[in-house]
Design a binder for this molecule. Structure first.
Ligand code: FNR
Length: 381
C-alpha cells in the first residue's frame, strides 16, 4: 500500500503485518459483535449542517481533559497487550501521543510496565486500573503510578467478568504466543513483527510480573479474571481508590445515567461513556447513542468523555457536539501501531486531526470550543 489516507488503510496494513492472534484480539467484540459494529455504524446516522462563507482563518482544536491541555480532545484508550501489536508498543504509542500533545493511557494489562513507559517519556501519561481482589497488589500499582507521576488514574468498572470473544478462544490467545505449528507458520509470514519481538525482552504482562498468578492463555484468562478480579467491587471501593490515589480520577465504563450519577457522587473528575469497545456486554447500546442521556443527567457536574467506534475526526466532532469534553481511540491507534510502529500511531493521530479540522471548517466554525449540537442536523441524533 503506497498512500495511507484513512484509518481503514491502517487497519488493512495491520492485518497484513500482525500475527493473526493479535490482530484478531484487537479487531473483535464479544459474542455476535453487534455492539462492536453499532459503536461505529451509529456515528454514520448523525448528519452535519454544512455552512458557507464564514471566516475560517486561524482555527484551533485545542482543549482540556481533566484540566490538562490537549492539542485536540482525543486520548489513546488503555488497551491490553499493546506490546504484542508491535514490539515495545506501549512505549512507542506513548511517545507518539506525547509528541502530539494528547494523553496516552497505559493499561493494567500492558506488556511494557509503568516504569518502562515512564523511563521512555518526558510528560505524564495516564494509568488505567482494574480492581483485583488482592488489595495489596492494587495499592502497589497505585503507588507505582504515583511514583511515575501519572497525570490521571482511569478506573475501569465494566470488567468484573470477561465478555466472551470467540476469536480469542479459537486462536488460543496468549502472550507471548505459544509456539504451536499454526502459530509458527502464521508468524513466518510476518517477518517485521518477528524481528521486532526478537529485539525486545518485553513479551509478558509487564505490570503483573510478580503477582500471584500469571496469565497463560485466553481460555484460562476468563478463569484468571474470575479468580483475580473482584466480583464484590462496589462504589465504596471507588472512594477508597480515590483516596489512595489522590489525583485526577476518571471512571471508565459508564453506560447508564443512574451509574453516571453514582460516578458524580464518588467524587470522580470525569467519567467515560464506554462499552469497552463492544468487548463486554454484547447487545448494549452503542456509546454514541448512550452519550446524550448521560450528558443531560450529569454533564453540568462532571466532565463526560466517551469512547467506542471512533474511526475518523468526523466521529470525534460528532461526539463533542453531543457533549463529550473528550474522546478516546482504541483500535485506530492499535492499527497504526501494527501497521507501522510509532510512526503509524502518529499517522493515525494526524489523519484524525485533519479530518476534525476540515469538518469543523465545513460546519462554519474556527474553534473547537464553539462546537455544540447546532452543527448537527436535527432529527439525526
Ligand atoms: C481494550 N479496552 C480496554 N479497556 C480497559 O479499560 N483496559 C484494557 O486493558 C483494555 N484492553 C483492550 C484491548 C483491546 C485490544 C481493545 C480493542 C480494547 C477497551 C478500550 O479502552 C476502549 O474502551 C475501546 O477500545 C474503545 O473503542 P474503539 O476505539 O476501539 O472502537
Amino acid at each position: 500500500m503506497s498512500i495511507i489516507t484513512c484509518i481503514e488503510d491502517l487497519r488493512v496494513l495491520a492485518q497484513k503485518r500482525v500475527p493473526r492472534m493479535f490482530y484478531d484480539y484487537a479487531d473483535s467484540g464479544s459474542w455476535t459483535e453487534s455492539t462492536y459494529r453499532a459503536n461505529n455504524s451509529d456515528f454514520a446516522k448523525i448528519k452535519f449542517r454544512q455552512r458557507v462563507a464564514v471566516n475560517l482563518e486561524n482555527r484551533s482544536l485545542a482543549s482540556t481533559m481533566v484540566g490538562q491541555h490537549v492539542s485536540m480532545p482525543v486520548a489513546l484508550s488503555p488497551t491490553g497487550l499493546t506490546g504484542m501489536q508491535h514490539a515495545d508498543g506501549e512505549i512507542l504509542a506513548a511517545q507518539a501521543a506525547e509528541q502530539f500533545g494528547v494523553p496516552f493511557t497505559l493499561s493494567t494489562m500492558s506488556i511494557c510496565s509503568i516504569e518502562d513507559v515512564a523511563a521512555n517519556t518526558t510528560k505524564p501519561f495516564w494509568f488505567q486500573l482494574y480492581v483485583m481482589k488482592d488489595r495489596e497488589f492494587i495499592n502497589r500499582l497505585i503507588d507505582r503510578a504515583k511514583a511515575a507521576k501519572c497525570g490521571a488514574l482511569v478506573l475501569t468498572l465494566d470488567l468484573q467478568v470477561l465478555g466472551q470473544r470467540h476469536k480469542d478462544l479459537r486462536n488460543g490467545l496468549s502472550a507471548p504466543p505459544k509456539l504451536t505449528i499454526p502459530n509458527i507458520l502464521n508468524m513466518a509470514t510476518k517477518p517485521r513483527w518477528v524481528a521486532g519481538m526478537l529485539g525486545t525482552k518485553r513479551r509478558g504482562f509487564g505490570n503483573i510480573v510478580g503477582h500471584a498468578t500469571s496469565v497463560s492463555d485466553m481460555s484460562s484468562l476468563s478463569a484468571w479474571t474470575q479468580q483475580q478480579f473482584d466480583l464484590s467491587l462496589s462504589w465504596a471501593d471507588v472512594e477508597w481508590i480515590k483516596q489512595r490515589w489522590g489525583g485526577k480520577l476518571i471512571i471508565k465504563g459508564i453506560m447508564d445515567p443512574e451509574d453516571a450519577r453514582l460516578a458524580v457522587e464518588s467524587g470522580a473528575d470525569a467519567l467515560i461513556v464506554s462499552n469497552h469497545g463492544g468487548r463486554q456486554l454484547d447487545g448494549a447500546q452503542s456509546s454514541i447513542e448512550a452519550l446524550p442521556a448521560i450528558v443531560d443527567a450529569v454533564g453540568s457536574q462532571i466532565e463526560v468523555h466517551m469512547d467506542g467506534g471512533i474511526r475518523s475526526g468526523q466521529d470525534v466532532i460528532k461526539a463533542v457536539a453531543l457533549g463529550a469534553k473528550g474522546v478516546y481511540i482504541g483500535r485506530p491507534f492499535l492499527y497504526g501501531l501494527g501497521a507501522m510502529g510509532g510512526p503509524g500511531v502518529t499517522k493515525c493521530l494526524d489523519i484524525i486531526r485533519n479530518e476534525l479540522d476540515l469538518t469543523m471548517a465545513f460546519c462554519g466554525l474556527r474553534d473547537l470550543q464553539q462546537v455544540d449540537k447546532k452543527i448537527l442536523l436535527p432529527g439525526t441524533f
